[in-house]
Write a protein that binds this ligand. Sequence first.
Ligand SMILES: Nc1ncnc2c1ncn2[C@@H]1O[C@H](COP(=O)(O)OP(=O)(O)O)[C@@H](O)[C@H]1O
Ligand SMILES: [Mg+2]
Length: 397
Amino acid sequence: MRIAILSRAPRSYSTQRLRAAALDRGHEVKVLNTLRFAIDLSGDDPDLQYRGKRLRDYDAIVPRIGNSITYYGTAVVRQFEQMDVYTPNTAGGISNSRDKLRANQILSRHGIAMPATAFVRDRADVIPAIERVGGAPVVIKLIEGTQGIGVILAPNNKVAEAIIETLQSARQNVLIQRFVKESKGRDIRALVVGDRVVAAMRRSANGDEFRSNVHRGGSVERVELDEEYEHTAVRAAQIMGLKVAGVDMLEGAEGPLVMEVNSSPGLQGIETATRLDVAGAIIDYIAGQVAFPHIDVRERLAVSTGYGVAEIVVHGDAEFIGKTLRESGLWQRDISVLTLHRGTSVIPNPPGKLVLEAEDRLLCWGKVDEMRALIPERPKRRPRVKRLPKDALPPVD
Ligand SMILES: Nc1ncnc2c1ncn2[C@@H]1O[C@H](COP(=O)(O)OP(=O)(O)O)[C@@H](O)[C@H]1O
Ligand SMILES: [Mg+2]
């Protein structure tokens, strides 16, 4: 296949390794400077110019979009998507991962555990927000920071308030986040490719620093992840729409807490620490997926008026329990079931003979009018109960 690596750093370790891995496997590969593309919307089809000439055909791109050019870089990636060129990371996925707040908002509804986080604007809401995430010491973060810059540990409310006020007056948006002390200045970086973790390392902060970034002097060692960490990393990347991602997790008392999902993870640290061929795994994955360029389902389906997507939940008293999908009558009503969620498992394209159980969730595509009656009432928001620390509970006998 013909691959283009979009990068402004042709000599960097990651770009060199990806290029070498592609060549080793007999692919044609070019490193193209992201900022030298011109997006061309003048013809009948979306097109791209590179250094003033019409771009040749490519089968796949590997976007390595730096933080400083997110807007232009994602515009170029989006243009490749419009041209049906395969990309492991979509423009939407890259943009979502760049904004720590946006990433948190998306991940939090899918049951991915994260450090408790708040986002406020008004001064009066700062102290209540700090209390809600667990009180000082508390972490304050710039929404678009990277390499540990813009991540501050505030020892008490007064300092936290002062830092937040200062940053806001400099027109910076900041997150307030629980300080996960039990992680002890360490975190896990899992390199996800497709639906597996191909390499993982633990980073440890240097001295009394709490940030474990290599750019802050952190050291790295290879780790074998247990199933929970591996599963969390893969799910987080999938939800963000990234097939190649570096997922950072703190080691919380109750398991992994996802901090961020990086869409252009550096390869040097992880390949050196693990001695694994991450670049090769990325190229192999792309070669297997190249026939499936990204399709924006929402965009394509929007033209079918009167049809839509809905989630139907099989409730205790419902007409469906114990019946097979075929007997459920959904197909007769012009409703197809795309996937069935049962507990933590997912059954894509469930067969007609599958027997429905209470609490199954069916992701359906069908006539909106037919589905309306099947959609449960919006659940009431549950009252929030403050969780007590484990050792505050009386012993059970
Ligand atoms: N809530 C937290 N609790 C404890 N340590 C944290 C927390 N958030 C960040 N850190 C530490 O700071 C480092 C940088 O934070 P991160 O959110 O990944 O920002 P960046 O994008 O700059 O790397 C992390 O790798 C971790 O070691
Ligand atoms: Mg980080």
